[in-house]
Design a protein around this ligand. Structure first.
Ligand SMILES: Cc1cc2nc3c(=O)[nH]c(=O)nc-3n(C[C@H](O)[C@H](O)[C@H](O)COP(=O)(O)OP(=O)(O)OC[C@H]3O[C@@H](n4cnc5c(N)ncnc54)[C@H](O)[C@@H]3O)c2cc1C
Length: 450
Protein backbone atom coordinates (compact mmCIF):
# COMPACT_ATOMS: atom_id res chain seq x y z
CA UNK A 1 0.00 0.00 0.00
CA UNK A 2 1.33 3.45 -0.92
CA UNK A 3 2.18 5.43 2.18
CA UNK A 4 1.37 9.11 2.43
CA UNK A 5 0.62 11.71 5.08
CA UNK A 6 -1.86 14.57 4.98
CA UNK A 7 -0.77 17.92 6.43
CA UNK A 8 -3.55 20.46 7.05
CA UNK A 9 -2.37 24.09 6.89
CA UNK A 10 0.70 25.44 5.11
CA UNK A 11 1.78 27.89 7.80
CA UNK A 12 4.97 27.74 9.84
CA UNK A 13 4.28 24.37 11.47
CA UNK A 14 2.68 22.73 8.41
CA UNK A 15 5.43 23.78 5.99
CA UNK A 16 8.13 22.45 8.30
CA UNK A 17 6.16 19.23 8.95
CA UNK A 18 5.60 18.62 5.22
CA UNK A 19 9.29 19.12 4.49
CA UNK A 20 10.44 16.74 7.23
CA UNK A 21 8.02 14.03 6.05
CA UNK A 22 9.01 14.41 2.41
CA UNK A 23 12.71 14.34 3.26
CA UNK A 24 12.09 10.92 4.89
CA UNK A 25 10.84 9.56 1.57
CA UNK A 26 7.11 9.72 2.26
CA UNK A 27 4.58 11.47 0.01
CA UNK A 28 2.78 14.47 1.48
CA UNK A 29 -0.49 16.10 0.58
CA UNK A 30 -0.27 19.61 2.01
CA UNK A 31 -3.66 21.35 2.17
CA UNK A 32 -3.67 25.15 2.35
CA UNK A 33 -6.92 27.08 2.03
CA UNK A 34 -5.33 30.40 1.06
CA UNK A 35 -5.79 32.25 -1.28
CA UNK A 36 -9.26 30.73 -1.84
CA UNK A 37 -10.17 31.42 1.76
CA UNK A 38 -8.27 33.98 3.84
CA UNK A 39 -7.78 33.97 7.60
CA UNK A 40 -8.16 37.70 8.34
CA UNK A 41 -4.50 38.10 9.28
CA UNK A 42 -2.61 36.61 6.32
CA UNK A 43 -2.20 38.83 3.29
CA UNK A 44 -0.57 36.58 0.69
CA UNK A 45 -0.95 33.07 -0.67
CA UNK A 46 2.59 32.19 0.42
CA UNK A 47 3.28 29.30 2.72
CA UNK A 48 4.77 30.14 6.14
CA UNK A 49 3.63 33.78 5.99
CA UNK A 50 4.65 35.75 9.11
CA UNK A 51 1.49 37.57 10.18
CA UNK A 52 2.80 40.07 12.72
CA UNK A 53 6.34 40.77 13.83
CA UNK A 54 9.10 39.90 11.37
CA UNK A 55 11.33 38.65 14.18
CA UNK A 56 11.75 35.00 15.15
CA UNK A 57 13.15 36.05 18.51
CA UNK A 58 16.54 36.52 20.10
CA UNK A 59 19.33 34.47 18.62
CA UNK A 60 21.64 35.05 21.57
CA UNK A 61 22.82 31.69 22.92
CA UNK A 62 21.81 32.60 26.48
CA UNK A 63 18.16 33.26 25.56
CA UNK A 64 15.50 30.55 25.38
CA UNK A 65 14.74 31.30 21.72
CA UNK A 66 18.48 31.20 20.96
CA UNK A 67 18.69 27.75 22.55
CA UNK A 68 15.63 26.61 20.59
CA UNK A 69 17.27 27.89 17.40
CA UNK A 70 20.30 25.79 18.18
CA UNK A 71 18.08 22.72 18.71
CA UNK A 72 16.31 23.40 15.41
CA UNK A 73 19.67 23.64 13.67
CA UNK A 74 20.64 20.23 15.07
CA UNK A 75 17.29 18.81 13.94
CA UNK A 76 17.82 20.23 10.45
CA UNK A 77 14.91 22.66 10.25
CA UNK A 78 14.18 23.97 6.76
CA UNK A 79 12.45 27.12 7.97
CA UNK A 80 15.21 28.14 10.35
CA UNK A 81 17.73 27.56 7.57
CA UNK A 82 15.75 29.84 5.24
CA UNK A 83 15.26 32.47 7.98
CA UNK A 84 18.99 32.58 8.65
CA UNK A 85 19.61 33.03 4.95
CA UNK A 86 17.12 35.92 4.85
CA UNK A 87 18.19 37.66 8.09
CA UNK A 88 17.99 41.45 8.38
CA UNK A 89 20.02 43.57 10.80
CA UNK A 90 18.08 43.50 14.11
CA UNK A 91 20.52 43.54 16.99
CA UNK A 92 20.45 40.21 18.80
CA UNK A 93 17.21 39.13 17.11
CA UNK A 94 16.68 36.92 14.06
CA UNK A 95 14.49 39.18 11.90
CA UNK A 96 13.69 38.47 8.27
CA UNK A 97 12.26 40.16 5.22
CA UNK A 98 8.79 38.64 5.61
CA UNK A 99 7.97 38.58 1.92
CA UNK A 100 11.12 36.93 0.71
CA UNK A 101 10.97 34.48 3.63
CA UNK A 102 7.45 33.35 2.63
CA UNK A 103 8.41 33.21 -1.04
CA UNK A 104 11.54 31.12 -0.38
CA UNK A 105 9.62 28.62 1.79
CA UNK A 106 6.87 28.36 -0.84
CA UNK A 107 9.45 27.84 -3.54
CA UNK A 108 11.33 25.08 -1.69
CA UNK A 109 8.14 23.22 -0.72
CA UNK A 110 6.66 23.53 -4.21
CA UNK A 111 9.80 22.11 -5.79
CA UNK A 112 9.95 19.05 -3.51
CA UNK A 113 8.96 16.05 -5.65
CA UNK A 114 7.21 14.32 -2.75
CA UNK A 115 4.99 17.25 -1.75
CA UNK A 116 1.70 18.00 -3.45
CA UNK A 117 0.20 21.37 -2.42
CA UNK A 118 -3.59 21.36 -2.58
CA UNK A 119 -5.23 24.80 -2.30
CA UNK A 120 -8.41 23.76 -0.56
CA UNK A 121 -10.10 24.18 2.81
CA UNK A 122 -10.17 20.92 4.78
CA UNK A 123 -13.52 20.55 6.50
CA UNK A 124 -13.20 17.02 7.87
CA UNK A 125 -10.34 15.12 9.41
CA UNK A 126 -9.26 12.57 6.82
CA UNK A 127 -8.44 8.90 7.47
CA UNK A 128 -4.81 7.82 7.77
CA UNK A 129 -1.82 9.69 9.15
CA UNK A 130 -2.59 13.40 9.49
CA UNK A 131 -0.81 16.43 10.90
CA UNK A 132 -3.24 19.22 11.87
CA UNK A 133 -1.37 22.51 11.73
CA UNK A 134 -4.16 24.88 10.78
CA UNK A 135 -3.01 27.53 13.23
CA UNK A 136 -4.64 30.07 15.53
CA UNK A 137 -7.05 31.11 12.76
CA UNK A 138 -8.24 27.62 11.85
CA UNK A 139 -11.32 27.85 9.61
CA UNK A 140 -14.66 27.55 11.31
CA UNK A 141 -15.61 24.32 9.51
CA UNK A 142 -12.44 22.59 10.60
CA UNK A 143 -12.71 24.03 14.12
CA UNK A 144 -16.16 22.47 14.41
CA UNK A 145 -14.84 19.17 13.10
CA UNK A 146 -11.97 19.18 15.62
CA UNK A 147 -14.44 20.06 18.38
CA UNK A 148 -16.60 17.11 17.31
CA UNK A 149 -13.60 14.79 17.31
CA UNK A 150 -12.11 15.95 20.58
CA UNK A 151 -15.37 16.51 22.38
CA UNK A 152 -13.84 19.69 23.73
CA UNK A 153 -14.86 23.28 23.21
CA UNK A 154 -12.21 25.47 21.67
CA UNK A 155 -10.46 28.11 23.66
CA UNK A 156 -10.25 31.61 22.24
CA UNK A 157 -8.25 34.68 23.13
CA UNK A 158 -6.76 37.67 21.37
CA UNK A 159 -3.61 38.39 19.44
CA UNK A 160 -2.81 41.70 17.79
CA UNK A 161 -0.85 43.09 14.81
CA UNK A 162 1.43 46.12 15.13
CA UNK A 163 1.35 49.03 12.64
CA UNK A 164 3.89 49.52 9.83
CA UNK A 165 5.06 52.92 8.52
CA UNK A 166 6.98 54.05 5.46
CA UNK A 167 10.52 54.83 6.54
CA UNK A 168 10.90 58.01 4.51
CA UNK A 169 7.91 59.47 6.36
CA UNK A 170 9.78 59.27 9.69
CA UNK A 171 11.29 62.57 10.85
CA UNK A 172 14.94 61.69 11.40
CA UNK A 173 15.74 65.11 12.84
CA UNK A 174 13.81 63.94 15.92
CA UNK A 175 14.20 60.16 15.75
CA UNK A 176 17.63 58.55 15.95
CA UNK A 177 19.16 55.24 14.96
CA UNK A 178 20.56 53.04 17.73
CA UNK A 179 20.40 49.58 19.27
CA UNK A 180 19.97 49.17 23.01
CA UNK A 181 23.38 49.26 24.73
CA UNK A 182 24.92 49.56 21.22
CA UNK A 183 24.41 45.83 20.76
CA UNK A 184 23.36 46.17 17.12
CA UNK A 185 24.95 44.73 14.04
CA UNK A 186 25.01 47.84 11.88
CA UNK A 187 27.31 50.71 12.76
CA UNK A 188 24.58 53.33 13.06
CA UNK A 189 22.17 51.08 15.02
CA UNK A 190 19.52 48.61 13.92
CA UNK A 191 16.44 50.44 15.24
CA UNK A 192 14.89 53.85 14.65
CA UNK A 193 14.00 55.32 18.04
CA UNK A 194 11.32 57.94 18.68
CA UNK A 195 12.19 59.66 21.99
CA UNK A 196 9.62 61.15 24.41
CA UNK A 197 10.03 63.80 27.06
CA UNK A 198 7.84 63.29 30.15
CA UNK A 199 5.18 65.85 29.01
CA UNK A 200 5.09 64.24 25.53
CA UNK A 201 4.66 60.83 27.12
CA UNK A 202 1.83 62.00 29.41
CA UNK A 203 0.06 63.62 26.47
CA UNK A 204 0.41 60.41 24.45
CA UNK A 205 -0.99 58.26 27.29
CA UNK A 206 -4.01 60.60 27.68
CA UNK A 207 -4.77 60.34 23.97
CA UNK A 208 -4.28 56.58 23.96
CA UNK A 209 -6.62 56.00 26.89
CA UNK A 210 -9.27 58.26 25.35
CA UNK A 211 -9.05 56.80 21.86
CA UNK A 212 -11.85 54.87 20.23
CA UNK A 213 -11.44 51.10 19.92
CA UNK A 214 -12.95 48.58 17.54
CA UNK A 215 -16.11 47.14 19.05
CA UNK A 216 -15.58 43.54 20.13
CA UNK A 217 -17.69 40.86 18.46
CA UNK A 218 -20.10 38.79 20.54
CA UNK A 219 -17.82 35.84 21.22
CA UNK A 220 -14.90 38.17 21.93
CA UNK A 221 -16.88 40.10 24.54
CA UNK A 222 -17.79 36.92 26.38
CA UNK A 223 -14.15 35.91 26.37
CA UNK A 224 -12.98 39.31 27.54
CA UNK A 225 -15.42 39.27 30.40
CA UNK A 226 -14.01 35.98 31.47
CA UNK A 227 -17.17 33.96 30.93
CA UNK A 228 -14.83 31.05 30.45
CA UNK A 229 -12.37 32.51 32.90
CA UNK A 230 -9.08 30.79 33.40
CA UNK A 231 -8.87 29.64 29.79
CA UNK A 232 -8.50 32.93 27.98
CA UNK A 233 -6.07 35.78 27.98
CA UNK A 234 -4.23 38.02 25.63
CA UNK A 235 -1.00 36.59 24.24
CA UNK A 236 1.25 38.55 26.62
CA UNK A 237 3.94 39.21 24.01
CA UNK A 238 1.27 40.74 21.75
CA UNK A 239 -0.69 42.63 24.39
CA UNK A 240 -2.45 45.70 22.89
CA UNK A 241 -0.76 48.92 24.05
CA UNK A 242 -4.01 50.44 25.27
CA UNK A 243 -4.51 47.40 27.52
CA UNK A 244 -0.97 47.84 28.88
CA UNK A 245 -1.66 51.55 29.47
CA UNK A 246 -4.82 50.65 31.40
CA UNK A 247 -2.67 48.72 33.84
CA UNK A 248 -0.94 51.95 34.90
CA UNK A 249 0.21 55.21 33.29
CA UNK A 250 3.87 54.16 33.54
CA UNK A 251 3.33 50.59 32.35
CA UNK A 252 4.30 51.37 28.74
CA UNK A 253 7.45 53.22 29.85
CA UNK A 254 8.49 50.02 31.62
CA UNK A 255 7.25 47.78 28.78
CA UNK A 256 7.41 48.26 24.99
CA UNK A 257 8.36 51.94 25.41
CA UNK A 258 11.20 51.41 27.89
CA UNK A 259 14.17 53.71 27.18
CA UNK A 260 16.91 51.66 28.87
CA UNK A 261 20.19 51.38 26.98
CA UNK A 262 19.36 54.32 24.68
CA UNK A 263 20.73 57.87 24.62
CA UNK A 264 19.08 60.63 22.59
CA UNK A 265 21.94 62.27 20.63
CA UNK A 266 20.09 65.62 20.69
CA UNK A 267 20.15 65.83 24.50
CA UNK A 268 22.91 63.36 25.41
CA UNK A 269 20.42 61.85 27.91
CA UNK A 270 18.17 58.88 28.22
CA UNK A 271 14.67 59.82 26.99
CA UNK A 272 11.68 59.40 29.31
CA UNK A 273 10.25 56.76 26.95
CA UNK A 274 10.92 55.47 23.43
CA UNK A 275 9.00 53.88 20.59
CA UNK A 276 11.34 51.59 18.66
CA UNK A 277 10.85 50.88 14.97
CA UNK A 278 12.30 47.75 13.41
CA UNK A 279 13.14 47.26 9.73
CA UNK A 280 10.35 45.23 8.09
CA UNK A 281 11.58 44.56 4.55
CA UNK A 282 14.90 44.04 2.85
CA UNK A 283 15.02 47.38 1.12
CA UNK A 284 14.30 49.12 4.45
CA UNK A 285 11.34 51.07 3.07
CA UNK A 286 9.06 49.82 5.84
CA UNK A 287 9.42 49.85 9.62
CA UNK A 288 7.14 48.31 12.23
CA UNK A 289 6.43 49.82 15.64
CA UNK A 290 7.91 47.21 17.98
CA UNK A 291 5.41 45.82 20.48
CA UNK A 292 2.72 48.29 19.34
CA UNK A 293 -0.16 45.94 18.68
CA UNK A 294 -3.50 47.61 19.19
CA UNK A 295 -7.25 47.45 18.88
CA UNK A 296 -7.78 51.18 18.31
CA UNK A 297 -9.87 52.14 15.27
CA UNK A 298 -7.74 53.08 12.26
CA UNK A 299 -8.91 56.69 12.57
CA UNK A 300 -7.73 56.78 16.22
CA UNK A 301 -4.42 55.17 15.31
CA UNK A 302 -3.85 57.82 12.67
CA UNK A 303 -4.27 60.60 15.26
CA UNK A 304 -2.75 59.00 18.36
CA UNK A 305 0.36 57.55 16.69
CA UNK A 306 1.10 60.89 15.09
CA UNK A 307 1.70 62.19 18.61
CA UNK A 308 4.81 60.02 18.69
CA UNK A 309 7.84 62.33 18.29
CA UNK A 310 9.24 61.68 14.81
CA UNK A 311 5.99 60.18 13.49
CA UNK A 312 4.02 63.43 13.18
CA UNK A 313 3.88 62.92 9.40
CA UNK A 314 4.15 59.15 9.31
CA UNK A 315 2.48 57.24 6.46
CA UNK A 316 0.95 54.03 7.76
CA UNK A 317 0.95 51.11 5.32
CA UNK A 318 -0.76 48.88 7.86
CA UNK A 319 -2.64 49.72 11.02
CA UNK A 320 -2.66 47.51 14.09
CA UNK A 321 -5.38 44.87 14.36
CA UNK A 322 -6.62 42.19 16.72
CA UNK A 323 -7.50 38.62 15.96
CA UNK A 324 -8.96 35.43 17.28
CA UNK A 325 -6.67 32.64 18.43
CA UNK A 326 -7.76 29.01 18.56
CA UNK A 327 -6.09 26.23 20.47
CA UNK A 328 -7.04 22.82 21.78
CA UNK A 329 -6.90 21.57 25.34
CA UNK A 330 -3.61 19.77 24.68
CA UNK A 331 -3.04 18.33 28.18
CA UNK A 332 -6.22 16.32 27.71
CA UNK A 333 -5.71 15.47 24.08
CA UNK A 334 -2.01 15.14 23.24
CA UNK A 335 1.00 13.00 24.07
CA UNK A 336 4.45 14.64 24.21
CA UNK A 337 5.07 13.06 20.79
CA UNK A 338 2.26 15.42 19.58
CA UNK A 339 0.00 12.42 18.81
CA UNK A 340 -3.65 12.54 19.82
CA UNK A 341 -4.15 10.27 22.82
CA UNK A 342 -7.18 8.62 21.24
CA UNK A 343 -5.91 8.32 17.67
CA UNK A 344 -2.15 7.74 17.35
CA UNK A 345 -2.01 8.55 13.64
CA UNK A 346 -3.45 12.03 14.27
CA UNK A 347 -0.83 14.67 15.12
CA UNK A 348 -1.24 18.33 16.06
CA UNK A 349 1.43 20.98 15.58
CA UNK A 350 1.87 24.74 15.82
CA UNK A 351 -0.17 27.33 17.63
CA UNK A 352 -3.27 25.13 17.74
CA UNK A 353 -1.48 22.98 20.34
CA UNK A 354 -1.05 26.00 22.65
CA UNK A 355 2.62 26.54 21.81
CA UNK A 356 3.21 30.25 21.27
CA UNK A 357 5.55 32.05 18.93
CA UNK A 358 6.92 31.55 15.44
CA UNK A 359 9.90 29.50 16.51
CA UNK A 360 7.97 27.16 18.80
CA UNK A 361 5.47 26.60 16.01
CA UNK A 362 8.18 25.72 13.52
CA UNK A 363 9.67 23.38 16.13
CA UNK A 364 6.43 21.50 16.88
CA UNK A 365 5.81 21.22 13.13
CA UNK A 366 9.23 19.65 12.77
CA UNK A 367 8.61 17.14 15.55
CA UNK A 368 5.10 16.23 14.34
CA UNK A 369 6.46 15.68 10.82
CA UNK A 370 9.32 13.51 12.05
CA UNK A 371 6.99 11.50 14.31
CA UNK A 372 4.29 11.00 11.69
CA UNK A 373 7.03 9.63 9.37
CA UNK A 374 8.36 7.37 12.12
CA UNK A 375 4.87 5.99 12.75
CA UNK A 376 4.57 4.98 9.09
CA UNK A 377 8.02 3.39 9.25
CA UNK A 378 6.98 1.39 12.37
CA UNK A 379 9.46 3.32 14.51
CA UNK A 380 8.75 4.65 17.98
CA UNK A 381 7.93 8.39 17.86
CA UNK A 382 10.50 10.75 19.42
CA UNK A 383 9.83 12.21 22.84
CA UNK A 384 12.62 14.73 23.31
CA UNK A 385 14.34 15.20 26.69
CA UNK A 386 12.61 17.81 28.84
CA UNK A 387 16.00 19.48 29.30
CA UNK A 388 15.69 20.70 25.70
CA UNK A 389 13.40 23.66 25.04
CA UNK A 390 11.38 21.73 22.45
CA UNK A 391 11.06 18.69 24.74
CA UNK A 392 9.99 20.95 27.60
CA UNK A 393 7.37 22.70 25.45
CA UNK A 394 5.90 19.34 24.37
CA UNK A 395 5.95 18.16 27.95
CA UNK A 396 4.29 21.38 29.10
CA UNK A 397 1.41 21.22 26.62
CA UNK A 398 0.79 17.51 27.14
CA UNK A 399 1.02 17.36 30.92
CA UNK A 400 -0.12 20.72 32.38
CA UNK A 401 -3.28 20.97 34.40
CA UNK A 402 -6.02 20.80 31.71
CA UNK A 403 -8.33 23.02 33.73
CA UNK A 404 -5.81 25.85 33.94
CA UNK A 405 -4.07 25.26 30.61
CA UNK A 406 -2.60 28.45 29.11
CA UNK A 407 -0.51 28.68 25.94
CA UNK A 408 3.24 28.89 26.44
CA UNK A 409 6.17 30.17 24.46
CA UNK A 410 9.79 29.02 24.64
CA UNK A 411 11.28 30.08 27.96
CA UNK A 412 13.70 28.80 30.57
CA UNK A 413 10.96 28.62 33.20
CA UNK A 414 9.57 25.37 31.74
CA UNK A 415 12.93 23.56 32.01
CA UNK A 416 13.77 21.35 35.00
CA UNK A 417 16.10 23.13 37.46
CA UNK A 418 19.87 22.67 37.56
CA UNK A 419 20.43 20.32 40.44
CA UNK A 420 24.23 20.34 40.69
CA UNK A 421 24.24 22.69 43.70
CA UNK A 422 26.39 25.29 41.89
CA UNK A 423 25.44 28.93 42.62
CA UNK A 424 24.95 30.87 39.40
CA UNK A 425 23.73 34.30 38.34
CA UNK A 426 21.03 34.67 35.67
CA UNK A 427 23.41 34.63 32.72
CA UNK A 428 25.43 31.69 34.04
CA UNK A 429 22.18 29.76 34.59
CA UNK A 430 21.09 30.48 31.03
CA UNK A 431 24.44 29.28 29.70
CA UNK A 432 24.17 26.11 31.77
CA UNK A 433 20.69 25.46 30.32
CA UNK A 434 22.08 25.94 26.83
CA UNK A 435 24.95 23.51 27.37
CA UNK A 436 22.64 20.96 29.01
CA UNK A 437 20.15 21.17 26.12
CA UNK A 438 22.76 20.60 23.47
CA UNK A 439 24.31 17.65 25.35
CA UNK A 440 20.90 16.08 25.97
CA UNK A 441 19.87 16.40 22.33
CA UNK A 442 23.17 14.98 21.14
CA UNK A 443 22.88 11.98 23.50
CA UNK A 444 19.23 11.42 22.60
CA UNK A 445 19.80 11.43 18.86
CA UNK A 446 23.13 9.57 18.89
CA UNK A 447 21.98 5.93 19.12
CA UNK A 448 19.36 6.48 16.43
CA UNK A 449 21.98 7.89 14.07
CA UNK A 450 24.11 4.75 14.25
C1 LIG B 1 -2.67 38.07 14.50
C2 LIG B 1 -1.55 37.23 15.03
C3 LIG B 1 -0.32 37.80 15.28
C4 LIG B 1 0.74 37.03 15.76
N1 LIG B 1 1.95 37.61 15.98
C5 LIG B 1 3.00 36.88 16.38
C6 LIG B 1 4.27 37.46 16.53
O1 LIG B 1 4.45 38.64 16.29
N2 LIG B 1 5.31 36.71 16.94
C7 LIG B 1 5.14 35.39 17.18
O2 LIG B 1 6.13 34.75 17.52
N3 LIG B 1 3.95 34.80 17.06
C8 LIG B 1 2.86 35.51 16.66
N4 LIG B 1 1.62 34.94 16.53
C9 LIG B 1 1.43 33.57 16.97
C10 LIG B 1 1.94 32.46 16.02
O3 LIG B 1 3.32 32.33 16.18
C11 LIG B 1 1.62 32.65 14.55
O4 LIG B 1 0.24 32.71 14.39
C12 LIG B 1 2.16 31.48 13.69
O5 LIG B 1 1.99 31.80 12.34
C13 LIG B 1 1.44 30.18 13.99
O6 LIG B 1 1.98 29.17 13.21
P1 LIG B 1 1.07 27.95 12.74
O7 LIG B 1 1.84 27.18 11.76
O8 LIG B 1 0.54 27.25 13.93
O9 LIG B 1 -0.19 28.65 12.04
P2 LIG B 1 -0.22 29.54 10.71
O10 LIG B 1 1.13 30.04 10.39
O11 LIG B 1 -1.34 30.50 10.87
O12 LIG B 1 -0.61 28.48 9.60
C14 LIG B 1 -1.87 27.85 9.57
C15 LIG B 1 -2.29 27.71 8.12
O13 LIG B 1 -3.44 26.87 8.04
C16 LIG B 1 -4.32 27.38 7.07
N5 LIG B 1 -5.66 26.84 7.37
C17 LIG B 1 -6.47 27.16 8.41
N6 LIG B 1 -7.58 26.39 8.37
C18 LIG B 1 -7.46 25.58 7.28
C19 LIG B 1 -8.29 24.56 6.70
N7 LIG B 1 -9.46 24.21 7.22
N8 LIG B 1 -7.85 23.92 5.59
C20 LIG B 1 -6.66 24.28 5.01
N9 LIG B 1 -5.85 25.24 5.51
C21 LIG B 1 -6.25 25.87 6.64
C22 LIG B 1 -4.17 28.89 7.21
O14 LIG B 1 -4.54 29.54 6.01
C23 LIG B 1 -2.67 29.04 7.51
O15 LIG B 1 -1.91 29.24 6.34
C24 LIG B 1 0.54 35.66 16.03
C25 LIG B 1 -0.70 35.10 15.80
C26 LIG B 1 -1.75 35.88 15.28
C27 LIG B 1 -3.09 35.24 15.03
Amino acid sequence: MKKSITVIGGGLAGSEAAWQIAERGIDVQLFEMRPLKQTGAHRTSDLAELVCSNSLGSKLPDRASGVLMSELRTLDSLLLHIAEGEALPAGGALAVDRESFGRKVTDQITRHPRIEIIRQEVRQLPEGAVVVSSGPLTSENLSNEIARFTGEDHLYFFDALSPIVESDSIDMTISFRASRYDRGETEDGDYINCPFTKPEYENFIDALLDAERFPLREFEISIREGVRAGFHQYFEACLPIEVIAERGRDALAYGPMRPVGLTDPRTGKRPHAVVQLRQDNLIASLYNLVGFQTNLTYQSQYHVFRLIPGLQKAEFVRYGQMHRNTFINSPKLLLPSLQARFRPDLFFAGQITGVEGYLGNIATGLLAGVNASRLLADEIPLVLPTTTILGALCSYISSSDPVRFQPMKANFGILPGLEDGVRRNRRQRANAYAVRSSQALYEYLKPKNN
